[in-house]
Design a protein around this ligand. Structure first.
Ligand code: UFG
Length: 321
């Protein structure tokens, strides 16, 4: 089986490539390296390229007889998406349409798509179930929701089978410490706290301490990147077995506050660092917690990593990067 992983040199994509490779799949890592790293593209064959390059994709699909495509290449910065929505719609939606078109041309009808908890916007209740209201509040979340809706239509009209995975807060790193989370720029909580623990930053800022939560800080659901990778393998196997188009939340079901995550980093790393309380960051929901019962029931997916294990694996990679 040959799988093309678009965005396979990025954070989540590279962990998926490593797992696919370990299970004996032929992996084509396709990445334009705008946000990914060449050093992360070591499981399978690396082909540099952009998902808008339909000619190159057409040649690859023909040459390698690709069975399924996984798609991880999207811009993910919420704040930037508000300032420059065109960048988000053009890449996350427009270029995804190009990728799907060249897949159809080559009769590739299995597609795994990275979506996000951002499709729910400000949820009315937690834990969030898949069929709860979708009301994304920024162009990033909207771009993901648009593709999700398109994929329903592509199945009805063209028989293209897809799985959409709505990630909650992806975190942690490969246990062998070969790959990890290194966004450019970094905006995510755990790597920023680790930078403070290492001394690469003076402090960690807490964005808002007056939310209606147990300690006033936001509550998030952290899920290990290898648990996400495992879901992708299960989703792929489900489609290869003739499974129907579907969509799943991927989270642990446990919520931790920003304070609790900071305390957990101090405990795991045995480092102390300065914590600064600042204003809220616009657009942050107070709670994001997944109900992932559907992924458990339909795919047999369960998380294996605790918050401390997420932090420990992230720390082991982060301090050596
Ligand atoms: N936070 C801080 N200080 C920081 C960075 C983050 O207090 O320096 C807080 C945020 O305000 C938030 C929590 O830590 O309350 C988590 O923030 P992240 O930026 O790590 O993650 P988000 O929950 O904002 O983002 C995640 C995904 C996005 C997705 C979003 C849905 O990474 O892709 O959930 O709202 F869009």
């Amino acid at each position: 089986m040959a799988i093309l992983v678009a965005g396979g040199a990025g954070y989540i994509g590279s962990h998926v490539c490593k797992m696919l490779h370990s299970k004996g799949y032929k992996v084509i890592v396709y990445d334009n390296l705008s946000h990914g790293y060449k050093e992360f593209a070591k499981w399978g064959e690396f082909i540099p390229g952009d998902i808008s390059d339909v000619e190159l994709l057409d040649n690859i699909f023909k040459h390698y007889h690709i069975d399924a495509v996984m798609h991880f290449c999207a811009y993910i910065e919420v704040g930037e998406s508000v300032v420059d929505p065109q960048k988000y719609y053009e890449n996350n939606v427009g270029n995804t349409i190009k990728l799907l078109k060249v897949m159809r041309k080559n009769n590739i009808d299995k597609f795994i798509f990275s979506s996000t908890a951002a499709v729910y916007g400000m949820p009315e209740k937690v834990p969030i179930k898949e069929d709860d209201k979708k009301d994304p509040i920024n162009p990033y979340g909207k771009s993901k929701w648009m593709v999700e809706q398109m994929l329903e239509d592509y199945d009805k009209a063209y028989g293209l089978k897809s799985i959409r995975f709505r990630y909650f807060n992806a975190a942690g790193a490969d246990e062998e410490g070969e790959i990890g989370e290194a966004h450019k720029p970094e905006t995510h909580l755990i790597p920023l706290i680790l930078d403070a623990a290492i001394g690469r930053r003076d402090s960690i800022k807490i964005f808002g301490t007056n939310y209606d939560t147990k300690d006033g800080t936001c509550i998030r659901d952290f899920v290990h990147v290898n648990d996400l990778a495992d879901a992708h393998i299960k989703g792929l196997e489900y489609l290869l077995d003739g499974g129907k188009t579907d969509y799943f939340n991927l989270g642990s079901g446990e919520g931790y506050s920003v304070y609790e995550v900071i305390e957990a980093v101090k405990r795991v790393t045995k480092k102390n660092f300065k914590v600064v309380e600042t204003d809220r960051r616009p657009g942050d929901p107070a709670y994001l917690i997944a109900d992932s019962t559907k992924a458990k029931e339909k795919l047999g997916w369960e998380v294996k990593y605790s918050l401390d294990e997420i932090i420990l694996t992230a720390w082991n990679w982060h301090r050596n990067m």
